[in-house]
Design a protein around this ligand. Structure first.
Ligand SMILES: C[S@@+](CC[C@H](N)C(=O)[O-])C[C@H]1O[C@@H](n2cnc3c(N)ncnc32)[C@H](O)[C@@H]1O
Length: 283
């Protein structure tokens, strides 16, 4: 725990942990968890680690795929986020499914007999929010056993395309991800996931894009656009205060995005970068 004081506390999770943000996370999990589970394909693992678990929905979705004897540990830095993860698990009568622990991704609060034992270490949408993603992947590499899997899923903000393009929205999107750079984070970390795996000594095994888009006519479409709306809306103050876009232009862009969600010809294209590596068996 002493390490936590020295750790990357200067990393700032731009979205925070308000009730509104936690509702957004719940919506996002509902929209993408099945596709992310298909990519992850859990099942054989008995000891699993999820780093930066947020409100824990995806950790529990993973845990449900595993044998009854398995153990899943989830790490989250923000106590408010973790409290909601525990409450949501309790409400779904899954209190024992996951061991939720408060802690810092680069200094995992694991016991000595847990380190180097995990069959799978997973993280989603965390590396984009830390100043030193490599150190997080290093700790995940340390945590898995030889032959274990390390799975990284994260954003490359450049993959977003909306068509017909609503006026101002791509400018607002770019201003939003410029706040990442301002905070020392990397909005394009998604494209670097395989390189990060290689850098820590893992053997890359697979990469893919998990589709997180949709079009008019799809049941989920309004939810997908709403998530984007909430992401941009939640960052409004930071974007405007940093002078990255004027308040008027930003708000106009949000209105344009809302109108876009009602168009009969609208399409949103986005891919979550996803990569898997293995800790070498013989090194
Ligand atoms: C976008 S949320 C993703 C949550 C979850 N992985 C998911 O996909 O639903 C990112 C989470 O990472 C947490 N986080 C940010 N920096 C962290 C760090 N250095 N160590 C641990 N958790 C961190 C945030 O508090 C937030 O809950």
């Amino acid at each position: 725990m002493a390490c936590m004081a020295l750790s990357g506390m200067k990393d700032r999770y731009v979205h925070g942990s308000s009730e509104k943000e936690q509702r957004r996370l719940a919506l996002m999990n509902k929209l993408i968890n099945q596709a992310c589970l298909r990519a992850l394909d859990p099942g054989g693992e008995e000891f699993v680690l999820d780093v930066g678990c947020g409100t824990g929905e995806f950790t529990r979705a993973i845990a449900r795929c595993l044998p009854g004897s398995s153990k899943v540990i989830a790490i989250e830095r923000d106590p408010a986020q973790l409290a909601t993860a525990v409450d949501r698990a309790l409400a779904d009568q899954e209190a024992d499914l996951v061991d939720f622990r408060v802690g810092e991704a680069a200094f995992l609060p694991l016991r000595q007999n847990e380190m180097g034992r995990f069959d799978l270490a997973h993280t989603r949408f965390l590396l984009e929010h830390v100043n030193n993603p490599l150190s997080v992947v290093e700790t995940m590499f340390e945590a898995v056993r030889k032959g274990g899997r390390i799975v990284l899923a994260d954003d490359d903000h450049d993959t977003l395309r909306l068509w017909p393009e609503p006026p101002g929205v791509m400018d607002a999107w770019r201003a939003y991800f410029e706040t990442y750079r301002k905070n020392g984070n990397d909005p394009f970390v998604g494209r670097k996931l395989v390189q990060l795996l290689h850098q820590v000594g893992a053997e890359p095994q697979k990469n893919t894009l998990v589709f997180y888009g949709g079009c008019a006519g799809m049941r989920e479409f309004k939810g997908i656009v709403h998530n984007l709306y909430e992401v941009l809306g939640g960052a409004a103050e930071e974007v405007i205060q940093a002078g990255l876009m004027s308040e008027k232009k930003y708000i106009d862009a949000l209105y344009a995005l809302r109108d876009f969600s009602r168009r009969p010809d609208a399409a949103l294209w986005y891919g979550i970068s996803w990569a898997e590596g293995m800790k070498p068996r013989y090194k």
